[in-house]
Structure formats: structure tokens, C-alpha cells
Design a binder for this molecule. Sequence first.
Ligand code: DGJ
Length: 527
Amino acid sequence: METIFKKDGQPFFVLGGQSHNSSTYSPHDLGVFWQALDTLHANTAEIPVYWEAIEPEEGVFDFRSVDTLFEGARAHKKQLILLWFGTWKNGNMRYVPAWVKQNPQRFPRVTAHDGARLFVLSSHAEENLMADQKAFRALMAHLKEQNTDGTLLAVQVENEAGIAGRSYRDFSPEGWRDAEAPVPDEVLKALEKEPENDLTRRWARRGYPKGQNWEMTFGVKAGTEAMTAWSVARYIDQVAAAGKDVYDIPLYVNVALDGNPWGWNLPGVNYTAGGPIPRLYPLWKAATPHIDLLAPDIYQDSRARYEGVCRTYNRKDNALFVPESGVGQGGNFKNLFYALGAYDAIGYACFGAEDVLTVDGGVRPDSRDLVDSFTCVAAGLPLLTRFRGTGRIHPVVQEEGEDAFFFEGDKYLVKVDMANHNAGNYIHRGLTLGQPEKPRARGLIIEAGPEEFYVLGTGFTVLLAEKDDLFYSEDRVTNHMPYLCIEEGHFDNEGCFVTDRIRTGDECDHGVWVYKENGVVHVTLCP
Ligand code: DGJ
């Protein structure tokens, strides 16, 4: 699917950082945040807008906190994505105004199985929806006035919506009413197109009943969670529709994934119940025509799980956007190259961007790898928008125990050597000599044409051999390679490649190495 992010009408790749949740309240914290984005070479700030801040009294709006975010973004030359912390924030109601929190009779909460009232607004209550819609509509009208220069790219509607606490559904009378209603046809039609989906299989096992309630259609556990998801998704879609009515800007919903390592993967206990998790994807899509994207927050370190999530959300009807990921050690600093290279991501952001900095403004050692990865990606952003969806962006990620791999280009066989790097690097000695170890190889190789490559990343060397050359030898793929030119460079504001340094002679003889300070290496070969 085409990207939803546009700047001056052109596709724009979001390389972003998300602030900590409370940073909008503090000028000091926002200052640290802007600094962190510069350190990351990020081009986009994701920051929350709090319902309690913009509507402190019912019907009385105050948008000063929002205006501050626009001012900051403009001053720091960043694009903005605002996160609407309305009815939901991580499956609870932390950011709703006091006048909502203090009036549970008017604004009903989720009721647990034992009658306990949870700190979560009920999606089954019309009054909650109307109050959120009114606030969101007012916010969007204000954003329309503010966004005359296109600073704002998109809005996230709610945050990790659903029920967190200790229930997978609302046991209130309204919750029962909706649980007993027949499963809507839209849901069944969507599932018919997804035979492998977990809900579809459960429906099949029961003989494809129609016109039955959720439990009878899918079974008790899965059916009830699906009912919650439908209720939450329809609620959000109506909030989104109210906002789009006044300002038509891209809207997305973020996903709190299930399958976390803690607990027993119980909805409402170990993950937020009713959110757009992978098995509920078709249901959510059917419920949310006013939402442009479902966007997974991917903190997973494991390659298999990370790629599984990317696969689920990179579809014909949904582009992959990762609005949150980890900033520390773990897999995120390398996995991001799978998202960009193999799954056509339209944007990628880390959460708690402030955390990459030490108190005196340096890079925290455990965020060094992520900052380096972001630096490498930032150097090649125009390539990501230009070649996205062509199959020409190849990820390089050195997994445990791996030291080389090959892939076939149009004319060249490409060898990616991740064990040796810097072999011919006689020109960056100052940068590389102080490095105690070879960095974990990661980056992207873009095959712009049969005889043209761009390489960015760190810790690997690219070797090329003509596919038709049956007798290529080590010698011929290194110091007899018919290079036209190897240039290190960067892209200017118009997206044109600018050469900063040319590699010839010894610097060509050992292949095309990349190092994080190289920017992008552009390789052309003789026809
Ligand atoms: C996911 C949420 O969406 C964020 O707001 C934040 O709470 C992070 N989790 C913390 O890891």
C-alpha cells in the first residue's frame, strides 16, 4: 500500500522518536526530547496530546500545549505526529479529564466479572464516545488551523486501546447487550477472505454459523475477546470519523501486541484486550474504515517474532509503520533493517527517545547501537521513498553466528561479507582505529539498476561478481572489478546525491565497505 505520510505532496519516510508520555507537560523534558531527536538524526517527533490538558473543563478548550509542540517542531525542523491520548492510554483512562474521571455514573467504566469497576472507560457507553468525539473534533479543527505549513503528518487515534487490568470484557449490562448481539456480517465477510486466521478456523470448526452471538460463533474465550475488539474498534472509528469530518489528515491506531514473554498471554491481563493484535486484524480492518493504518508497536528482540509481526501488518490494505520500538540493547537496533528492507516500512520510530542521552547530553552506551543504526538510515532516506515496493532494497543483518550471505541482483551476484570489514579502508583510519571491535553488521543494499548500487550501514563489505562470468575468481571480484566510480556521499534537501569523497585504487580493491560515518556509498560499474 502507498505511504500515508506526505510532505509537500511527496512521499515522506518517517524516521522518528516518540517522547516519554509526560513530556508534553514539561518544557525541560521537551528540550531533552528535541535534543535526542537531533542525536538520532530523526526527522519526525511523535508526541502526545492529552485530553485532560485540552479540555480541562467540559466544553472549554485550551490548545496551548498543542501550540507548543508545533513551535518546537518548527524550531527544530521536525515533522510532527500527534498522539491522541483520549479514552485510552495503554488500555486505561489515565489521560481523560478530571470531570470524566470523577463522574463514573455519567461516564461508565468497564465492569470486571466480580463487579469491580476498572480504571478503563467502557467502549459500550454512548456517553463516553460522544465526549471523546467532541474533544477530538475540537482538536482536529485546531490542528487544521495550525497546520498551514504541513508540519503535522498524521494523528494517532488513542493509544494501545482496549482493556488492561484484569478483564477481557465489560460485564456491565451494555457489555452483555453487545455480547448477545449477532456477529455483524462485515466481520464474517472479512473472515471469509482470511481462511488461515485463528477466528476463521474457530468459526469453521463450529460449521460457519451466521446470525449467532459471539460465543456461539467463535467459542467462549475467542468470541468474547473478538466482541470486545469489535466494540473498541467501532468506538475508535467513530472518534476518527468525527475528526476526519473537520480535518482530513492520515489517522492510525497503534497496536499493543500479544505474545509477550511474561505471563500466560491472557487478554486483559498479559496484554490489552480488544486491540488490533494479529489474529484480530481482519475484524479491526472491517470495523475501522476511517483509520488509514494499524501500526504495531514492536519491542520484540527475536528475529522470527519481529518478522512475523512485520508480515502481518505489511499488506495490500495496510502499509507497515512502526510507531514504537526499544531504544536499549536487544534486537531493535538491527531488526529495524528487516522492517525497512524486507517489509517496505513507511516509517520507523523508537519510544522514549530521551533515553538515548546521558544527563550531560552524550549518547548512553546501551543506546549507541541504535543511534548508529538511525544515523546510517538517515543518510539514505531519499532511497527509501524512491525504491520502496520495488523489491530492490535488501536488508543486511548479521544474526548470531553468521558471517556472509549472497543474493542475486539483475546482473551481479552480490556477496555480503559480514566477518571482514574495513579491509581496504585506508581513508578513515582516524574513525576506525579507535574501535575495539567490528560492529554488528547491519544496513541496506539498494540495487538501483543492473550496474548501480547504493550501500549504507556499518560493519560489512559488499563484493560483486558478474553472474555471467563463469570463471570469476577472488582476484576478479576484488581488484579487477570494472568499477566506473565508487563515491561516498549524502543526499541534499532535494534528494540529489552529493559526492563527498571518491574511492579509487587500494580503496576499491577489497570490495565496498561501509562504516557508519561513510554516509551512503554509491557504486556504478561499467556496462
Ligand atoms: C507502549 C505505550 O504505547 C507507550 O505509551 C509507553 O507506555 C510504552 N509502552 C512504554 O514501554
